[in-house]
Design a protein around this ligand. Structure first.
Ligand SMILES: Cc1cc2nc3c(=O)[nH]c(=O)nc-3n(C[C@H](O)[C@H](O)[C@H](O)COP(=O)(O)O)c2cc1C
Length: 326
C-alpha cells in the first residue's frame, strides 16, 4: 500500500521514471494558505547538485492539482505532482537479470513478478522522497508552532563535519559509497500527543521514517547508547511544573506520549547500494554468481539528501497525531 495515516493521510503515486511522482493528502483543514512557492525551501534541501549527489538533475517543480482554491486549502484532497524530466531508463535493464546487492531489484520481482517497473529504482527510488518532502511541508503548515532542526551528524563513521566532504569524495573516487546518521529535533511540540500503545509517538514516527528508502535504524533520545547508563544516570529528572526535564534521554516521549520536551530522533542511512566497484551477484541469465558492473547516476552518500525527508516524516507523524487529539 502506498497510503499512510489516520486522520491525516497521504498516498504516493508515480515512480522514478514514470511521467511523474506525487502525493495526495487527505484530512488537511480548510482555510490554510498554500501555494507552490512554500515548497521550495524544503525541496531544495533534497535536490541533487552538491558533491556526492547524483548527476540526475530534476527541477522538482511542484504542481498543485487539487485541494486548493483561491490560494487556500479547501478541505478536499490536496494533490501535488512533480514531473520526471531527467530520466535515462536504459541504465536499469541489466538489473532484472543481475539484481543489485542491497537494492530492491530482487525483492521487488519476488513480490510483483516480471511486470515490475525497475527503471530508476521504480517505486523504490529515492525519487519517491520528493512527494514525502512535499507532504511534510503541508504537515508543517498545520503545526506552525513546531520548529525543526535537522543535521547530518555522522558520515562514513566520522562525526566531525569538517571531514564529511573528504570522506564522501574518497568513497566516490574509489567507486564506493558511504552511509550517514541524521538527527532531527522538533521543539515546541504540544504535550499529550500520541497513544499509549500501538500508536505511540515512537511507533508512528518510526513507521514513517522506515518508509524512506535506505533507512535501516531509528533511535529516540539517547537510544542504544542510553542503555549503557544506569537508571540513576539516564532518568530524565523533571525540572518544573511544565514538565521540562534536565536531560532528554527519552527524546521528548514517555509512555508513547509527548511530554513537551524536544523530540529527538536519529536515523541511520545505509551506504548507497549502487556503486561503481564491481560486485558479485546472482546472474539469472547464466544461473551462477557473476560480477556485476553498475553504471548510471547515483548518490555517493544518500544521507546528504535524506534530511529533508526525515524532517518531513516527523512533521507528518506529529500532524496526524495532533488531529487525533490529546
Ligand atoms: C534521497 C535518496 C537517494 C537515493 N539515491 C540512490 C541512488 O542514487 N542509488 C541507489 O542505488 N540507491 C539510492 N537510494 C536508496 C535506494 O532507494 C534503497 O536503498 C533501495 O530502494 C533499497 O531499499 P532499502 O535500502 O530501504 O532496503 C536513495 C535513497 C534516498 C532516500
Amino acid at each position: 500500500m502506498m497510503t499512510f495515516g489516520d486522520k491525516l493521510r497521504m498516498t504516493l503515486f508515480g515512480a522514478s521514471h514514470a511521467p511523474s511522482v506525487g502525493v495526495r493528502i487527505e484530512g488537511v483543514p480548510a482555510g490554510m494558505p498554500l501555494s507552490e512557492s512554500v515548497f521550495e525551501c524544503d525541496l531544495s534541501r533534497r535536490r541533487a547538485g552538491a558533491a556526492g549527489t547524483t548527476a540526475r538533475h530534476e527541477r522538482d517543480l511542484p504542481h498543485i492539482r487539487g485541494g486548493v482554491t483561491g490560494g487556500v486549502t479547501d478541505g478536499g484532497t490536496i494533490e501535488i505532482e512533480f514531473m520526471n524530466e531527467d530520466v535515462r531508463s536504459s541504465d536499469y535493464d541489466t538489473f532484472r537479470i543481475q539484481p543489485r546487492p542491497s537494492h530492491a531489484d530482487f525483492a521487488a520481482r519476488a513480490k510483483y513478478g516480471d511486470a515490475v517497473d525497475l527503471r530508476g529504482g521504480g517505486i523504490f527510488s529515492g525519487r519517491m522522497t520528493l512527494p514525502l518532502v512535499a507532504a511534510g511541508v503541508v504537515a508543517k503548515l498545520m503545526l506552525s508552532a513546531v520548529k525543526y532542526s535537522t543535521t547530518l551528524v555522522e558520515v562514513g563513521g566520522e562525526s566531525d563535519p569538517a571531514l564529511f566532504d573528504g570522506v564522501i569524495a574518497a568513497a566516490r573516487a574509489a567507486g564506493d559509497s558511504v552511509g550517514g546518521v541524521i538527527e532531527c529535533r522538533a521543539s515546541g511540540v504540544a504535550k499529550g500527543l500520541g497513544e499509549p500503545f500501538f500508536d505511540s509517538v515512537e511507533s508512528v514516527v518510526s513507521h514513517l521514517l522506515f518508509s524512506i528508502p535506505a533507512v535501516k535504524g531509528v533511535e529516540f533520545g539517547s537510544g542504544f547508547a542510553g542503555v549503557r547508563l544506569r537508571g540513576s544516570q539516564r532518568n530524565d529528572r523533571i525540572a518544573d511544573a511544565e514538565g521540562r526535564t534536565f536531560t532528554n534521554n527519552d527524546g521528548g516521549i514517555a509512555g508513547g506520549i509527548t511530554n513537551g520536551n524536544d523530540i529527538v530522533v536519529r536515523v541511520a542511512v545505509k551506504p548507497t547500494p549502487s556503486i561503481a566497484l564491481p560486485q558479485q551477484t546472482f546472474d539469472f541469465g547464466r544461473g551462477c554468481v557473476a560480477p556485476l558492473r553498475i553504471t548510471g547516476r547515483h548518490d555517493a552518500c544518500i544521507a546528504l539528501r535524506a534530511g529533508a525527508a526525515v524532517e518531513a516524516m516527523v512533521a507528518f507523524a506529529l500532524a496526524d497525531l495532533s488531529l487525533r487529539g490529546r
